[in-house]
Design a protein around this ligand. Structure first.
Ligand code: SF4
Length: 325
């Protein structure tokens, strides 16, 4: 990742599109999707996937067409078959359940989520109370909580801080979900530090590079946009955060849409500048479809707003690099 200085947005008198960069697939999503495709090549269909491999309807449908079967629990996978764990990560108990049922497992957890799991295990072993900032019920949070349930307290935003209790205020650390709003998380951390002055921070950012870069690009374009369209599914945390960041950064309006059919023509009335971006699990083809839709309505001047360049890549899960079809 290379942060770039904000690029000037040139003035125009016509309708225009500000296109955020970076946007769309992050390295963790590329790895997870390729893991399912590779598992299908090696094992043949059906390959079972616990939970949506990434939170995007289009990605899930396309993998289903290739032979992936999505389930919510390992108990739904026939004994002896292969199951992939999604990019959001799973609790150790899920690995144990899979082993009991003699399932072959492929762990597509994003390495940046695994990093947070390892931090949780280490701090718990050292006797810390861990305050995990994240959204209750989100798959990633459920997985991280499962690493050290007796040591972790979930803090779901600044309003939740008043309810937080710890055993020893001198031994407390905060960690976070990888896909949160950077600004809201720092608000929560400030409130936690006011309550627990000895609170320590994680050794490096838990909110991942992809989440941070996409939010930064949206911030740079939102103030100049009458309307921001964020491509992403409703259950995608990082996509939801992009729409929120756009609203808070001065966009006239911001909507999260799964694709062009969800755009309401009325949203474009009186609009001269539309910002476009996409969440970390969204295929670029959907963005290009929106750009075509907008061009047909006079928004054919597309300016890219670049916040950072990304070069991050992850190797496939080791269970796949060891096997050959
Ligand atoms: Fe990994 Fe971040 Fe992508 Fe999630 S959004 S898969 S944590 S790189």
């Amino acid at each position: 990742m290379t942060p770039s200085p904000p690029a000037p947005i040139h003035e125009t008198r016509g309708k225009r599109v500000l296109l955020a960069a970076p946007r769309g697939f992050c390295a963790g999503v590329v790895r997870a999707v390729q893991a399912v495709e590779r598992a299908l090549e090696i094992h043949g269909p059906p390959v079972y996937v616990r939970h949506e491999i990434v939170h995007n309807t289009h990605v899930v449908r396309s993998l289903e067409q290739k032979g992936a079967v999505f389930v919510e629990d390992t108990s739904q996978v026939p004994e002896g078959r292969t199951v992939l764990f999604s990019a959001h990560g799973v609790a150790p108990a899920v690995h144990e359940q899979a082993a009991q049922r003699q399932l072959t497992t492929i762990d597509a957890t994003c390495p940046l989520v695994t990093k947070v799991h390892k931090e949780a295990v280490r701090y718990a072993r050292e006797g810390y109370d861990i305050l995990l900032i994240g959204h209750a019920g989100h798959e990633e949070v459920v997985g991280t909580l499962g690493e050290a349930p007796d040591h972790i307290t979930l803090v779901d935003g600044p309003a939740d801080v008043a309810n937080v209790e710890v055993r020893d205020p001198g031994k407390v650390v905060w960690l976070s979900q990888t896909t949160l709003s950077v600004d809201e998380t720092m608000e929560t951390v400030d409130a936690l530090k006011a309550k627990f002055p000895q609170l320590i921070s994680p050794p490096s950012d838990d909110i991942c590079y992809a989440t941070q870069n996409r939010q930064q690009a949206v911030k740079q374009m939102a103030a100049g946009a009458d309307l921001v369209l964020v491509l992403g599914s409703a259950n995608s945390s990082n996509s939801q955060r992009l729409a929120e960041v756009a609203r808070l950064s001065g966009a006239g309006a911001a909507y999260l849409v799964d694709g062009t059919p969800e755009i309401e023509p009325g949203w474009l009335e009186g609009v001269m500048t539309v910002g476009v971006t996409s969440g970390a699990s969204v295929p670029e083809v959907l963005v290009q479809d929106v750009l075509q839709y907008l061009a047909q309505r006079g928004f054919d001047d597309v300016q890219t707003v670049t916040a950072a360049e990304e070069h991050q890549q992850f190797v496939l899960p080791r269970e796949l690099t060891r096997s050959r079809p």
